[in-house]
Design a protein around this ligand. Sequence first.
Ligand code: ADP
Length: 239
Amino acid sequence: AELQRARSEKLESLGTLAAGAAHELSTPLATIAVVAKEVQRELAGTPVSEDLKADIALIRTELDRCRHILDQMSADAGQATGEPLVEVTSTQLAEEIRSLLDARLVDRLRITDRSDDAVVRAPRHLLAQSLRGLIKNAFDASPEGSSVVVLLERTAKHLVMTIQDEGPGMPPEILSRIGEPFFTTKEPGSGTGLGIFLAKNVIERIDGALRIESNSNEGTTVVVQLLRKREPWEATPAP
Ligand code: ADP
């Protein structure tokens, strides 16, 4: 528990740092963007070389890209801040995840809930956001139009969520690195490499576990185990 608290504090300060850095950088970036636009406008009617015009256009494109990265960084890092634990049922969790996904993706999401409405104690929105991120990853990896399968099951101790995709999977050298903060194979602007790192931390903070199984060309299976709140009739028998 001590170790977990230390980790969660570390995570919060990392999140604060990332969100802070993104925020600090956004002002100078906005200024540069305005100036670049102005320069481009001024040069438009003059006989400067096409190369120079192309360079200015490139500066503007790259500034846009930075803007996107920063926006996503502050959104992802914002997740890391504290939220109280509440009781949430598997149905509520599935509902919340659906509400966070693009409607187009919801249509391709196959959720089967066999957990009989298992209850977990969790930071509800943070957890839903984290799981949504894992499902979004599955869609990002999936071939066009294919579905992502999510299974919710109840075991003696856990609510287990399994997320399965038909994507290309991951070779060992990628698999061993995912979950490292800022590790991503996506284009700048579409990935920050914070998703799995933050999800793992949110899940472990409530004594759950995140496991990823993947091989090249075999798709990926993400297994999330969440400690289940025992129902009254499951009370442990007296010793
Ligand atoms: P991001 O999605 O921003 O890149 P994540 O931490 O969520 O950050 O994921 C890190 C990397 O893990 C991704 O860039 C991708 O290479 C890989 N990855 C995650 N989920 C999957 C998946 N379901 N199939 C294939 N690769 C995946």
